[in-house]
Design a protein around this ligand. Structure first.
Ligand code: RP5
Length: 177
């Protein structure tokens, strides 16, 4: 793969199942990316080295996922001029509400664009859209993706109208895009 434009980092390999959503979006849109485990708590110096050097290596956007006392996105954001998108990973005891509050409540001056708990897919899409804002080819892919969503929902509604709600629910349990 060519020069990575997006870095997807996470605090632990236990975050990987959640972060697969962002990886899948980068793959779907053909965006070169790199994936790494970096912990604000367990490997702080490696995190500093990564974050301080990210823009020098040609990366454009960083997606950072963490759970619990989720300092990784905020610490990375403090150390890089690149946009950082935070993914609150669902946690065992507080279901990711702790992760969400840790990531989203950044003090003014150092933003982290935070997505919903567990929604790494949206983090991937935001990263793609940031890159697409100055890449017409990628922008066309984003618009085609949106058109696909529109067609999918329209088809579902037509099916729902034809079948009625009870038969639809029994035959076709709701699915995410
Ligand atoms: C955080 O602690 C990680 O982001 C992970 O979500 C959480 C638990 O890590 P493990 O104990 O599963 O390695 O730093």
């Amino acid at each position: 793969m060519s020069q990575p434009l997006v870095a997807i980092v996470m605090g632990s390999d236990s975050d990987l199942p959640t972060m697969q959503g962002a990886i899948a979006i980068c793959e779907q849109f053909g965006v070169p990316h790199e994936v790494a485990i970096l912990s604000a708590h367990r490997t702080p110096l490696a995190m500093v080295e990564f974050a301080q050097g990210a823009h020098l290596r040609g990366l454009k956007v960083i997606i950072a996922g963490a759970g619990g006392a989720a300092h990784l996105p905020g610490m990375v954001a403090a150390l890089t001029p690149l946009p950082v998108i935070g993914v609150p990973v669902p946690s065992r005891h507080l279901q990711g509400v702790d992760s969400l509050y840790s990531i989203v409540q950044m003090p003014a001056g150092i933003p982290v664009a935070t997505v919903a708990i567990g929604n790494a897919q949206n983090a991937g899409l935001l990263a793609v859209q940031i890159l697409a804002s100055h890449d017409p080819e990628l922008l066309a892919k984003v618009m085609a993706y949106r058109e696909h969503l529109r067609e999918m929902v329209t088809a579902k509604n037509e099916r729902l109208q034809a079948m009625g709600a009870a038969a639809y629910a029994a035959a076709d349990p709701p699915r995410r895009p």
